[in-house]
Design a protein around this ligand. Structure first.
Ligand code: K7E
Ligand code: CUA
Length: 657
């Protein structure tokens, strides 16, 4: 959630204002005495971990080194990103296609590293788009978005893209109940529904495909985690608003003492689908991916397999959970399912083994929407007393302790999974949402560090107008007591993050694209091959870039009303030598072209004149000389098409033959 205090119960607002009301300076800094030494990574030295942060409403992912907190990279995912030409170049535009058309923005919350044998394998990063529900897959040898699949029959893909224990599936749950399937109906009187989706991940290629969906009651499904070890067949989804309120949810969705965690047995669901128990629904959705030619394409799909809960007994149960739960997190052993009830006074911890017994014994408190409700006292392992106000998310250190973020009272509590007693607590600055322990959601936490992802920074940094920095904090969790090490601002609003040891990624980074392997349909592999081709009003410019010139760099015979495509191939085969390309007056961003890669900028000249273009990336001592001109003549002009460079050059333009 973009957690302004508006989601909070009025009574708790008082407590909130007590925390945030002043400017918070009364809280001592509380950093560890040796904090500076613990986070100092000397110039030229590498960090110990890569950390991937969601950008929230930036729609992207940012990459930091830990423990230094140094920003290493921003990876565009759901939002156009002019710095890299992402969503602007012809090769990348299709990544942002949806059934609603081209959507150049989303709200990304939950990065998930691919997992093999219970721990991060360094292959892919998945992340959800909330607003127009989507899941993206990024390749971690290139730090690039390779695939985005839209989730149909969904509104608000928040509980996503949480992975199953071996990356078999990524899941998604509808945050907003809507008519299922979508149709015109009264908001007040209409019966809305929810949808839980399972997206299959190909174990070799990572390619995603929608496997099946489960039509569930119209609550707000919030977050998810899948089981591990003994619980690996199960996925858990929190829901709130079991009141099914349609208006003023802050009060109307907070009536009941308990909402539900939905426990879904994936194996039974898969069997039901195989037995033909799912129905075909017809909601269009887009699947976008980068092909072997480096060009993104879109397939519009039309059919999804939807299971009704009553058609697949044993597939889904409800665990009553106080109160308006947000996070649901499964410990490394797969036994404990920890919920974060935003308005709850305790942290409820469910037991997987008790849940299985309760299902066998049919210990139900009736059912809702065809889903059996398990008896709370038959599934609860324990309740953490006095955790603080507004527990949200929990991660684990693999040594028997859980760490829960507490939003309203701005702190993290550490509790023992043996007796559910709080053993330590430490302030955050301020209003923590998620927290992250590297590997802390896997079977083998890396431990050592913990990161708080904060909503509000107030007085922590130099003020910057009405909007202040978003922020994260790094803690040392290697000892009994948590210790604050570092504050660092983040790009975008960090909801969640994941981290893994640098050794898993640093030696497998792609350094250049092989020019000889470039299969872009408009590649130019040598300066001999540069050319300009007109077909009617469409003009294709086959251009090359190498330190420190473009070819051709003079083109005449372009006319107002043409559609000009600059297909620029970077001929460099050295690491870290991208070239840029930008054109005066283009309704577009720059291109940023990696070594060996081709990128295309579309340009519609609107007036006659001489238009310069240039390289935007400071690539060499003569970077400022890396420029050229296009002559644009009025429509119907007799100026002949000509250019310089290349075996077929017909250039009469300056510098031509
Ligand atoms: Cu708690 Cu969107 Cu995971 Cu924000 S979410 S905090
Ligand atoms: Cu190429 Cu600057």
């Amino acid at each position: 959630m973009r957690s302004r205090p508006r989601t909070i119960h009025p009574v708790l607002l008082l407590a909130l204002s007590a925390v945030l009301g002043g400017c918070g300076k009364s809280t001592p800094l509380g950093a560890a005495g040796d904090a500076a030494a613990r986070v100092y990574v000397a110039p030229g030295q590498y960090d110990e971990l890569y950390a991937f942060f969601s950008g929230g409403f930036s729609g992207n992912v940012s990459v930091y080194g830990l423990p230094s907190g140094r920003l290493l990279q921003q990876i565009p995912v759901f939002s156009q990103f002019p710095e890299k030409g992402y969503g602007y170049s012809e090769q990348t535009k299709a990544m942002l296609n949806t059934s609603y058309g081209f959507i150049p923005w989303d709200d990304s919350h939950h990065p998930q590293l691919s997992i093999t044998d219970g721990k991060a394998d360094g292959r892919w990063l998945f992340i959800n788009g909330n607003n127009t529900p989507r899941i993206a897959r990024l390749d971690l040898s290139r730090f690039d978005t390779d695939e985005i699949i839209e989730i149909p029959n969904s509104a608000g893909g928040h509980g996503s893209p949480y992975l199953t224990a071996n990356t078999e599936y990524a899941v998604s749950a509808t945050r907003f109940a809507v008519p299922e399937p979508q149709q015109d109906m009264s908001i007040k009187d209409g019966k809305f529904g929810g949808m839980i989706s399972f997206v299959k991940v190909d174990p070799k290629s990572g390619a995603m495909s929608l496997a099946f969906q489960i039509h569930v009651p119209g609550y707000d499904y919030d977050l998810s985690r899948s089981g591990k070890g003994p619980s690996k067949d199960w996925s858990f989804f929190t829901s709130y608003n079991s009141e099914e309120a349609k208006t003023l949810l802050e009060a109307n969705a907070s009536q009941k003492d308990k909402d539900y965690i939905a426990a879904v047995n994936r194996t039974i669901a898969v069997q039901c689908v195989a037995q033909g128990k799912a129905k075909d629904w017809k909601t269009p959705y887009a699947h976008n991916w980068v092909g072997g030619d480096g060009v993104a394409r879109t397939e519009m799909l039309k059919t999804e397999k939807v299971l009704e809960v009553t058609d697949c007994p044993g597939m889904i149960y409800f665990l009553p959970t106080p109160k308006s739960p947000h996070g649901v997190d499964v410990d490394p052993t797969g036994e404990y399912i920890v919920a974060g009830g935003k308005l709850a006074t305790v942290i409820p911890v469910h037991s997987f083994s008790k849940m299985v017994k309760a299902i066998e014994a049919k210990a139900f408190d009736g059912e809702v929407g065809g889903i059996p409700v398990l008896k709370y006292d038959q599934v609860i392992a324990g309740e953490v007393q006095n955790p603080g106000l507004g527990p949200l998310h929990t991660e684990f250190d693999g040594k028997g302790y859980a760490y829960t973020s507490i939003f309203i009272s701005s702190e993290i509590v550490k509790f023992s999974l043996k007796d559910f007693k709080v053993v330590d607590r430490i302030p955050t600055y301020y209003s923590i949402g998620h927290l992250m322990i590297p590997g802390g959601d896997t079977e083998q936490p890396y431990g050592k560090y913990m990161v708080a992802l904060d909503k509000i920074t107030k007085d922590r940094y130099l003020p910057t107008g009405p909007e202040l920095a978003q922020s994260a904090q790094l803690y040392d969790i290697s000892g009994d007591k948590m210790k604050l090490l570092l504050d660092f601002p983040t790009a975008g609003e960090p909801h969640y993050a994941q981290a893994l040891p640098a050794s898993l990624l640093k030696d497998k980074q792609l350094k250049t694209y092989q020019l000889s392997q470039n299969k872009d349909p408009f590649v130019t592999k040598s300066e001999n091959d540069v050319k300009v081709v007109r077909r009617g009003t469409k003009v294709d410019v086959y251009m090359t870039a190498i330190r420190s010139h473009f070819l051709p760099d003079n083109i005449e015979g372009i006319q107002v009303g043409d559609s000009v495509y600059f297909h620029v191939t970077n001929l460099e085969q050295d690491w870290d030598v991208p070239h840029g390309f930008a054109m005066l007056g283009a309704h577009n961003s720059e291109l940023l072209i990696m070594p060996g890669q081709t990128r295309t900028l579309a340009w519609q000249p609107e007036r006659a004149g001489i238009f310069p273009f240039y390289c935007t990336d400071f690539c060499s001592a003569l970077h400022q000389e890396m420029q050229g001109y296009i002559r644009v003549s009025p429509k119907g002009s007799s100026v002949k098409l000509s250019w310089n460079g290349g075996a077929q050059a017909t250039a009469s333009a300056g510098g031509g033959k």
